[in-house]
Design a protein around this ligand. Structure first.
Ligand code: GUN
Length: 296
């Protein structure tokens, strides 16, 4: 048996399409254009690519994109001052500060200076607390994208055994909270978990977000399980650089019921969910009905 490959590229296109339709409705009914501000500090090449892509996709969805670029040696105070202006700007509904920040800047301080209602990354401590207590909040984009794909594949997730491998604040922890909220039985495993293959073998859903190339093997996975691979790892293969996930796709796809590839799985969903969060933030700030299928 071979697993169904979940096409994240196609799924992300449907999410962007829904966002575009919602944005058009906001414009025609309320005369508002949702706006996303992205702040980049320094010249990290990968971050520059992400930021360009976020700006382009924001504009393609019919929203306003505001970019703020600071030199790598910009002060923490200068960054905080930009965030304060964006917090008070009514044309800005979402604020994203691209991470990682240079070492001299306190990342937690910066994230927690963003107005929580504009925190489209869902990283602010208020949003983390709201998610942990099952309340309405801004949800981190990558786990939101994984949740959308899982709901689409399974319908209801209620009663399923989910194992999340990885305990990061950006993916692992919020993913576990979202699955719990959808009534899964959730285990959070990580790189130090004693018998990882045994823990994974019981899962109906495996979300791999541990950042270790192809650590999850096919013989760890229960027959018919759904495997969501969040990993993006660069490895050297025959003198060339290749992108691989945290899951060994070849062996896993022989056992799983459904699986996301790398690339083309979770990756494209992250920016699509950022656009969805920006539209949601704009709706909440202005008392407009929000698009239900674009939220958790
Ligand atoms: N850097 C890599 N991924 C992300 C993300 O999801 N949000 C932000 N702000 N920075 C990132």
């Amino acid at each position: 048996m071979s697993a169904r490959t979940i096409d994240g590229k196609a799924f992300a296109a449907t999410v962007r399409e829904k966002v575009s339709r919602h944005v058009a409705r906001i414009k025609s009914e309320v005369g508002l254009t949702p706006g996303l501000a992205v702040v980049l500090v320094g010249e990290d090449p990968a971050s520059q690519v992400y930021v360009r892509s976020k700006g382009r996709q924001t504009r393609e969805a019919g929203m306003n994109s505001f970019e703020h670029k600071l030199d790598a040696d910009a002060s923490e105070a200068a960054l905080l001052s930009i965030i304060e202006k964006l917090n008070n700007d009514p044309a800005v509904h979402g604020i994203l500060v691209q991470l990682p920040l240079p070492g001299h800047i306190n990342e937690d301080l910066v994230i927690n200076s963003i107005d929580p209602s504009k925190d489209v990354d869902g990283f602010h401590i208020s949003n983390v607390g709201l998610l942990g207590t099952g309340q309405k909040c801004m949800v981190p984009c990558t786990p939101l994208g994984c949740l959308m794909m899982l709901r689409d594949h399974h319908g209801s997730l209620s009663g399923l055994n989910a194992v999340v491998i990885g305990r990061s604040n950006i993916v692992g922890k919020p993913m576990a909270q979202l699955l719990l909220k959808d009534s899964c039985t959730v285990t959070i495993a990580h790189s130090r978990t004693g018998d990882l293959p045994d823990v994974v073998s019981d899962a109906d859903i495996v979300v791999a977000a541990v950042g270790r190339p192809q650590i999850v093997k096919g013989d760890w996975i229960g027959k018919g399980a759904t495997v969501i691979d969040v990993g993006i790892n660069r490895v050297e293969r025959n003198g060339k650089t290749a992108l691989v996930g945290d899951v060994d796709f070849e062996s896993a796809s022989k056992v799983a019921g459904a699986i996301t590839p790398v690339p083309g799985g979770v990756g494209p969903m992250t920016i699509a969910c950022l656009l969805a969060n920006t539209a949601t933030a704009c709706c909440r700030a202005n008392g407009i009905a929000e698009p239900e299928s674009l939220t958790a």
